[in-house]
Design a binder for this molecule. Structure first.
Ligand code: ATR
Length: 279
């Protein structure tokens, strides 16, 4: 029987997950189809009930539902519990299991560039659902974290979660600061830039040893990546994280090994197509 998967969020038209997963199914001859659905605010519970009723085997969760979905699930994996956020749901024997592959996906996507995490400094811009998964995974790798967010209370809450799990973290003002001088890894996790808006402050003074990652995928180069490059930093966009969180979600749902190279090619060609369409 054909299996069905999906991604839910709002907005959703930017999501490339259907191309990535469907190319993977095709490559391995898996009988499955991956859809995407926009879920409006206040209709998350109905949407989740609907996916279950329709026999979906699992789905991904994106902005802004990674945290709100937690209360609608039956159990969480250790990764999801630790992050307090879910990006992957699996239906197993009628149970809704929440998992988080963002953190491990992020770690995989930067490890070739970082050359060892232990004792290095990461600064996170943002403290939402995506930031949580990434922060906990980086802390587990032994990085010390500094978190800054538009709403400072949320950054502080995340710091406390990291400390509770035995990690090292501080929070600060959502502004340039001393952190720029000794950052090894700067991660932009806010939704600012999703619609090509400029970043609210400059990173003038950033250490040129820093790797700067913006987890946004749908812009070829966000404002902050452009500036980072100008200031001599290495940069990565969110394609690698998207790929590896997707591959890990695939493996959680279907077992075996996801066809990462075919999935990467599908992402690249869909991105290229969209840029071409935009002119
Ligand atoms: P996600 O799952 O992608 O992390 P989220 O949980 O809704 O989505 O979190 C969005 C993040 O982007 C938050 O850190 C949010 O900051 P607040 O906690 O202050 O809301 C941040 N964000 C959204 N719009 C922003 C903007 N215009 N400027 C700065 N930060 C913004």
């Amino acid at each position: 029987m054909e299996k069905h998967f999906a991604v839910i969020g709002d907005p959703i038209q930017q999501s490339l997950s259907p191309w990535m997963h469907n190319a993977g199914y095709k490559a391995l001859g898996v009988k499955a189809e991956y859809h995407r659905f926009r879920v409006k605010p206040n209709q998350l519970a109905e949407a989740v009930g609907g996916l279950c009723a329709l026999g979906f085997s699992g789905w991904n969760v994106t902005i802004p539902y990674k945290e709100p979905i937690v209360s609608l699930l039956d159990t969480l994996t250790p990764e999801a519990r630790r992050a307090g956020a879910v990006n992957t749901v699996k239906i197993h024997e009628g149970q809704r299991i929440g998992h988080n592959t963002d953190g491990a996906g992020f770690v995989r996507s930067v490890e070739a560039e970082i050359n060892g995490f232990q004792g290095k400094k990461a600064v996170l811009l943002g403290a939402g659902g995506a930031a949580k998964g990434i922060a906990l995974a980086l802390a587990e790798q032994g990085m010390s974290l500094h978190i800054i967010n538009r709403t400072p209370e949320k950054a502080e809450q995340l710091v406390q979660v990291i400390q509770r799990w035995g990690g090292t973290a501080t929070s600060g003002e959502f502004a340039p600061g001393k952190w720029l001088e000794d950052v090894d890894l700067l991660v932009q996790t806010t939704s600012r830039g999703l619609l090509n808006e400029s970043f609210p402050f400059s990173i003038n003074g950033i250490s040129n040893r820093a790797l700067v990652v913006d987890i946004i995928v749908n812009q070829r180069e966000t404002d902050i990546l452009r500036e980072a490059k100008l200031r001599g930093c290495r940069t990565l966009n969110g394609l690698g994280m998207l790929l590896y969180q997707g591959a890990l979600a695939w493996e959680f749902w279907l077992g075996g090994q996801a066809p990462v190279e075919e999935m990467r090619q599908a992402l690249k060609s869909q991105l290229f197509q969209r840029m071409f369409d935009k002119g």
